[in-house]
Design a binder for this molecule. Structure first.
Ligand code: NAG
Ligand code: NAG
Ligand code: NAG
Length: 398
C-alpha cells in the first residue's frame, strides 16, 4: 500500500509539468444522465458518467452539481457530489426535472472553479388514468405510537367500481409491501390500519394508493410522510387537584402511558369555576404539575390534553381531553382554617346587619309612640292616617 502511494506520488511528480502545461480553460458536462425508479414509491436513483474529456486527467478534482425539483416548482434542491450517482426522495405525482453540471478546480485550472454547461432530463412517473381518479386527502394518525390509521377519499372522477390498494415503503424494507389490514366502508377499501412494528421515525414513509377498475386505469397517488409529526397522544390520566391556598389550586397528573417519552409532551390545562367559561394554560416541556390561580368560587373543574412538543417533532395532534375533574372549593383537610375564617367573617356581617335592623325598628317604634302622644293632644285625621302607614311599613320591615 505504502509503495503504491509512493509510486503514485512519483508519477504525479513526473506528470506534473505536462498537466500544468495543459491547463483547462473549459469543461464538458457529464454524459448519460439517467433517472431510475427502484419501486420505493418516491425514491429515485440518478446516475451519470464523467465527461470524456476528463477521463485521462486523474489529478483533476472533479465534482458534480445536481439541481432537481418537480417540473412546475422553483424550489429546487442543489447537491454537490464527487460520486457518479445520487439517491433522494421525490414527489412522483408530477414530472421531475433533473439538471447536472461538471465542476473542476485546483491542479487542472488556473484561478477560479470551472463550470460546464448543464445537461437536463425530465422523468415522468406513470401518468395513466384520469388525474381525478386517484385516492385523495390521505390522513394518517399515529395513536400514542401504538398503531397508525390512514384514511383516504375516493377520487372525484374515479370509476364507480374502483378498488383502491395501499402500498408502503420505508428504508428498512427491501421492497414496497401492501397494506395487510384494510379499513373498509361498504365493501371498499378506504383506509389502512398499521401495527406498531411498521413504524419508522425521522425517515421517509412512502405510500402509494393505486387502484383498479373494469372501466380503465386509475391514477396512482403518492404520499411521503414523517410519522413522528403525526402522533396523537393518549389523554392524560390520574389527575390530582389540591386546594393549597384560598386562591390557588395545585394540579398534578401522570403522563399518558405508552411509548412517547414524557419529556416530549406538553399539556394544555383548562379550568373553570362553576357557571363560567373554560380558561386555558399551556404547560410546556414535559412538566406534569402546575398551580392555578382561581377566584373564590364554590367549585372548580379542570380537564387536560397532551401533545408532542416542538423539541421532539415539527407537528402533532392534540390528544382527546381527559375526563373533567372537579374540586369543591370549601372542603376537607388543611383548608378548614380558611373556611372557618370565612365563616366568622360572614357571621360578623350578619350580626352587624341584624343589630342595625333592630336599632332601626326600635327607633321607628319609639317615633310612632311619640307621634301618637302628639296625636292624642291634637286630634288630626291626616296625621292618624300617616301613623297607620308608618305602622304598616314598620311591621313589614321588622
Ligand atoms: C495563471 O493566471 C495568471 C493570471 O490570470 C497568470 O499570470 C499565470 O501565469 C497563470 N499560470 C499558469 C500556470 O497558467
Ligand atoms: C400498485 O402498486 C404496487 C406497488 O408499486 C404494484 O405492485 C401494483 O401492481 C400496483 N397495482 C396496480 C393495480 O397498479
Ligand atoms: C394523588 O394524591 C393521592 C393522595 O394524596 C396520592 O396517593 C396519589 O399518588 C396522587 N396521585 C398522583 C398521580 O400523584
Amino acid at each position: 500500500m505504502d509503495l503504491n502511494a509512493i509510486g503514485v506520488f512519483f508519477i504525479a511528480i513526473i506528470l506534473w509539468p505536462s498537466v500544468t502545461s495543459e491547463m483547462l480553460t473549459s469543461v464538458d458536462p457529464p454524459t448519460n444522465l439517467q433517472v431510475t425508479d427502484p419501486g420505493h414509491l418516491g425514491q429515485l436513483h440518478i446516475r451519470w458518467k464523467a465527461p470524456l474529456s476528463l477521463t485521462n486527467k486523474k489529478l483533476c478534482v472533479v465534482r458534480y452539481m445536481l439541481r432537481y425539483c418537480n417540473v412546475d416548482s422553483t424550489n429546487c434542491k442543489r447537491v454537490i457530489t464527487r460520486q457518479l450517482k445520487y439517491t433522494d426522495g421525490f414527489n412522483l405525482n408530477k414530472g421531475i426535472n433533473v439538471k447536472i453540471q461538471t465542476l473542476v478546480k485546483e491542479q487542472c485550472i488556473n484561478g477560479t472553479e470551472l463550470h460546464s454547461n448543464w445537461i437536463e432530463t425530465i422523468y415522468w412517473p406513470s401518468m395513466e388514468g384520469h388525474a381525478d381518479s386517484k385516492g385523495r386527502d390521505l390522513q394518517c394518525i399515529v395513536y400514542n405510537l401504538e398503531y397508525m390509521d390512514c384514511i383516504w377519499q375516493k377520487g372525484t372522477s374515479a370509476p364507480h367500481d374502483v378498488n383502491y390498494a395501499l402500498y408502503y415503503w420505508h428504508k428498512e424494507l427491501e421492497y414496497a409491501v401492501e397494506c395487510n389490514s384494510y379499513i373498509k366502508n361498504q365493501g371498499s377499501s378506504v383506509g389502512c390500519h398499521f401495527q406498531g412494528g411498521d413504524f419508522i421515525e425521522f425517515s421517509d414513509f412512502n405510500i402509494c394508493i393505486n387502484g383498479s377498475s373494469e372501466m380503465g386505469p386509475v391514477r396512482p397517488a403518492y404520499y411521503t410522510l414523517q410519522l413522528q409529526d403525526l402522533v396523537k397522544a393518549a389523554a392524560p390520566d390520574k389527575i390530582n387537584m389540591t386546594l393549597s391556598r384560598t386562591d390557588t389550586i395545585y394540579l398534578q397528573w401522570d403522563p399518558p402511558t405508552g411509548k412517547i417519552k414524557p419529556h416530549c409532551l406538553e399539556y394544555e390545562v383548562q379550568f373553570r369555576g362553576k357557571d363560567s367559561h373554560w380558561e386555558s394554560k399551556i404547560i410546556p416541556e414535559g412538566a406534569t404539575s402546575t398551580f392555578l390561580n382561581v377566584t373564590a368560587k364554590p367549585m372548580y373543574c379542570v380537564r387536560l390534553r397532551a401533545t408532542v412538543n416542538i423539541f421532539c417533532a415539527d407537528d402533532s395532534f392534540w390528544s382527546d381531553w381527559s375526563s373533567v375533574q372537579c374540586l369543591a372549593g370549601h372542603s376537607e383537610g388543611g383548608e378548614d382554617v380558611i373556611i372557618k375564617i370565612n365563616f366568622l367573617a360572614e357571621l360578623v356581617v350578619l350580626i352587624a346587619l341584624a343589630s342595625i335592623t333592630l336599632v332601626l325598628c326600635m327607633s321607628a317604634l319609639y317615633w310612632i309612640r311619640w307621634k301618637r302622644l302628639i296625636a292624642k293632644k291634637k286630634p288630626n285625621m291626616l296625621l292618624n292616617d300617616d301613623t297607620k302607614n308608618i305602622k304598616k311599613s314598620s311591621s313589614i320591615s321588622c
